[in-house]
Design a protein around this ligand. Structure first.
Ligand code: NAD
Length: 446
């Protein structure tokens, strides 16, 4: 009989994983402690914006015309334990308040709720991003909490999906990494991932600690690459050079490559910032903190980009924000997502508002989330509305919609035609030709 899969924690990662497991042909039961989320998902509605996910839900959640009915949701751990052969844990691991370390309480709570109900042989697979050493500790916890002799086992299978591309990344990942302690665990995971593996996706089988570290190392490398080019942007600004041309020239070197090499406002979101901090904290606990001191610099360079954007905006406003209107285009931490966790755009918007500006934010998908988190900012229903009467327009999240804006049309509603491109992707010459002052990070001014 085909494996039955459960997914515990149906946020950005879990909802996508559950829908993709159903797409791969499995019967799937998703669980969350948030009953509102479960009600939405059960009705075939996605609680967040992720391209392609809504279509998958409708295709697999029962009650829709032609649906496979393979994907259901619940809030009951008993039901999940009874249903599943393989349980994926996808709950959040945020930064602990006031510390760099990861907050493991959600993962522990999920395991504690599930384990006592596991009355038959099962595999519990951690997908959340956790500090190295967690899987070993959680395996012991599972052995203590699960009913004796029933064969509940743990494996670790870190997730590398990118928000905005989560469905494609889950169905066709670059690689699959599994940390296992038995042949049986490996075989079960091979069965789960049979389709992508048959398509040629590399399947890396390793121990718990290495699997956990692959995730931390991948995020550290990506963060370092972004901060590297942003450090170059700082030097370019001092030297009067152009970081976009520099980055392009670098990218022809195959050893370097062009991905993640765009200078701008830097990274944010619910993963990279907290993951590199948690990695530094964990390395400290292990006595290996010196190995990761460079990550502190990576983090500082990244945070400095936000202050630099505020500084540039202040300059554009004539040296002070009081009484000035600022339009902020973008609230999500990246395009094609409504995720505003540690969003550089909102960080900048908040700083500018605190310094006396009237800030109006627009984002194609993230305004509702932003309004909940930052109710003191003003929000608009369109880019044009946000720009009305603005003394400066800040482009802070690179949505296609902003690239498509007509400089003349926007120019007709602003108070002053001043544009700061925090993502280095707008067509500067086109904006300048329409009478705008166009300034980008790491590039010479006019
Ligand atoms: P999220 O906050 O969107 O989702 C977490 C979900 O878990 C929430 O719906 C929450 O209600 C639920 N939850 C919390 N405690 C629970 C419990 N005890 N039982 C059941 N459900 C519970 O977070 P996310 O972005 O999906 O991230 C989840 C994990 O995946 C994190 O460790 C993150 O670092 C990792 N990750 C995320 C991404 C990403 O792009 N979002 C990519 C790779 C890895």
């Amino acid at each position: 009989m085909a494996l039955r899969i459960t997914v515990i924690g149906t946020g950005y990662l879990g909802a996508t994983h559950a829908a993709c497991m159903a797409e791969l042909g499995f019967e799937v039961l998703g669980l969350d402690i948030d009953p509102e989320k479960i009600a939405m998902l059960s009705a075939g509605r996605v609680p967040m914006y992720e391209p392609g996910l809504a279509e998958l839900l409708v295709k697999h959640v029962p009650g829709h015309e032609g649906s496979t009915g393979r994907l259901r949701f619940t809030t009951s751990y008993e039901e999940v334990a009874e249903f599943g052969d393989v349980h994926f844990i996808c709950v959040n691991t945020p930064q602990r308040k006031g510390e760099f370390a990861a907050d493991m309480s959600y993962v522990e709570a999920a395991l504690d709720s599930l384990a006592p109900h596991l009355a038959r042989p099962t595999l519990v697979v951690g997908k959340s991003t956790v500090p190295v050493g967690s899987a070993g500790r959680l395996a012991e916890r599972l052995a203590v909490l699960a009913p004796a002799g029933e064969g509940a086992e743990l494996a670790w299978n870190p997730e590398f999906l990118r928000e905005g591309y989560a469905v494609g990344d889950t169905l066709h990942p670059d690689r699959l990494v599994v940390g296992v302690r038995s042949e049986r665990a490996e075989q079960l995971l091979r069965e789960v991932y049979a389709t992508p593996v048959a398509e040629g996706v590399p399947f890396v089988v390793t121990d718990f600690a290495t699997a956990e570290l692959v995730k931390a190392a991948a995020n550290s490398f990506l963060a370092t690459k972004i901060s590297f080019i942003n450090a170059m942007a700082e030097v370019c600004e001092s030297a009067g050079a152009d970081v976009v041309q520099l980055s392009k020239a670098l990218s022809y070197d195959e050893r370097i490559g062009g991905k993640f090499l765009n200078a701008g406002l830097g990274f944010g979101g619910g993963c990279l910032p907290k993951d590199i901090r948690a990695f530094m904290a964990r390395a400290g606990e292990l006595g290996a903190d010196q190995a990761l001191t460079f990550l502190r610099e990576v983090d500082s360079i990244n945070m400095r980009r936000r202050s630099r954007m505020v500084e540039l905006a202040r300059e554009q406003c004539g040296g002070g924000f009081l009484g000035r209107r600022v339009a902020v285009l973008g609230a999500a931490f990246k395009p094609n997502s409504d995720d505003i966790r540690d969003s550089p755009a909102l960080n900048v918007a908040g700083q500018i508002q605190l310094q006396g500006a009237q800030v109006t934010v627009y984002d194609p998908k993230a305004v509702d989330n932003a309004r909940k988190m930052f109710p003191s900012l003003a929000y608009a229903d369109s880019a044009l509305e946000a720009c009305e009467g603005a003394h400066v327009v800040l482009h802070l999240t690179e949505w296609q919609e902003f690239r498509d804006l007509d400089p003349a049309e926007v120019g007709a509603v602003v108070a002053e035609r001043r544009l700061l491109d925090g993502r280095n992707v707008l067509d500067g010459p086109r904006w300048r030709a329409a009478g705008w002052s166009y300034r980008a990070m790491g590039r010479p001014g006019e």
